[in-house]
Design a protein around this ligand. Structure first.
Ligand code: ADP
Ligand code: NA
Length: 329
């Protein structure tokens, strides 16, 4: 039986927070270390659907590359590459866009949400999900680890696959989204635990970033919103703030939430916060130091991407050559 191909992308938009780590990057690493053929793409072409400053984008590409390596992406086991270096992504996007209707794209929730407050909507923002389908199909991925908010985009890729295979013969495998069933990896904002932790949150104290120093982590956790009950109990319905801290603590320490509650019986939430901060620092400080080290050596980072780019290029050319033949036929 053939090993399944996993494909996923991440935008090069600054530093990652704990939510990105536990909800995405950690899973990528688990998949890399299991029996899958994995390809991970830094999707800079997706980033430019909104205005970017070229130097900042370049810096952010290096930053995300350094972060992924520091978190445990191993270029020997994973193909890690930069989307814009493989031109076939744009080429397949064009072909697929000719097989998509405007109506199909208008109703996708992410587009609606992002374009809502815009006067002039870039066409690329509208085409974004088609480029995403092209990413997946170009690499003939079977499995696509994504967040729940991406399900409708994966469904677009599925229907484009179906249409293409129907018109031109079996060419692309049907892809399946891999949604984390473990709801506990949904990390909430530290300042408003009814919302998810997100880098677009204007309050910088709502997120712990992977690059935060131990002092910054302690200060953010100390200011995390909890409630007026002082015992440390896990009650995600009524005590979202404390439940979120317990979730983060458990994920960072590999201890069960039950065990942590047991160990914290004699602490009030104020004292407990120091335990949470300690666990986060212990898990993420080595990663932060590694990110710093990698960033001191941009040539090394580009060389890692070059290796991935070459591997991805080979796959992309093979797929495009197949498709072109189908057209000529
Ligand atoms: P953000 O909301 O910070 O902009 P993105 O939407 O760019 O994050 O998401 C990047 C990846 O991180 C996605 O796979 C997404 O599912 C995951 N992710 C983002 N925020 C969280 C969170 N709070 N908890 C778990 N996973 C998250
Ligand atoms: Na693997």
């Amino acid at each position: 039986k053939q090993v399944k191909k996993v494909f996923s992308g991440i935008q090069p938009t600054g530093n990652l927070h704990l939510g990105n780590y536990f909800g995405a990057v950690k899973r990528w690493i688990d998949l890399q270390n299991s029996n899958y053929d994995v390809t991970y793409c830094i999707v800079d072409l997706h980033s430019i659907t909104l205005p970017q400053k070229p130097l900042e984008l370049k810096e952010n590409i290096l930053r995300i590359c350094a972060t992924l390596l520091a978190c445990g992406i191993d270029p020997q086991k994973s193909t890690l590459f930069l989307q814009s270096s493989v031109r076939e992504h744009s080429e397949l996007c064009w072909i697929l866009s000719c097989n998509t209707t405007m109506a199909r794209l208008t109703h996708l929730p992410q587009y609606k949400e992002k374009s809502e407050k815009m006067k002039e909507i870039p066409l690329g923002l509208y085409l974004y999900p088609v480029l995403q389908a092209a990413d997946i199909m170009l690499h003939k991925a079977n499995l696509v680890p994504v967040g729940e908010d991406q399900i409708q985009h994966i469904q677009l890729a599925q229907s484009l696959t179906k249409n293409f295979n129907h018109r031109f013969g079996p060419t692309f495998p049907t892809c399946e989204p891999m949604i984390s069933e473990d709801l506990s990896s949904r990390i909430k904002s530290l300042r408003d635990p009814t919302k998810k932790m997100s880098k677009s949150d204007p309050d910088p104290k709502s997120c712990v970033m992977l690059t935060d120093s131990p002092d910054q982590i302690t200060s953010k956790i100390k200011k995390a919103v909890t409630d007026f009950t002082s015992a440390v109990t896990f009650d995600p319905q009524n005590r979202q703030g404390v439940a979120n801290l317990l979730t983060i603590h458990s994920l960072a320490s590999n201890k069960s939430i039950e065990q942590i509650c047991d160990e914290s019986q004699r602490l009030d939430t104020g004292q407990y916060k120091f335990k949470v901060a300690e666990a986060i620092i212990e898990h993420f400080n080595p990663i932060r130091l590694k990110i710093d080290d990698y960033l001191k050596n941009p040539d090394y980072l580009w060389s890692i991407l070059d290796i991935g780019n070459e591997k991805a290029q080979e796959v992309a050319e093979k797929t495009m050559n197949e498709i072109i033949l189908l057209f000529l036929f």
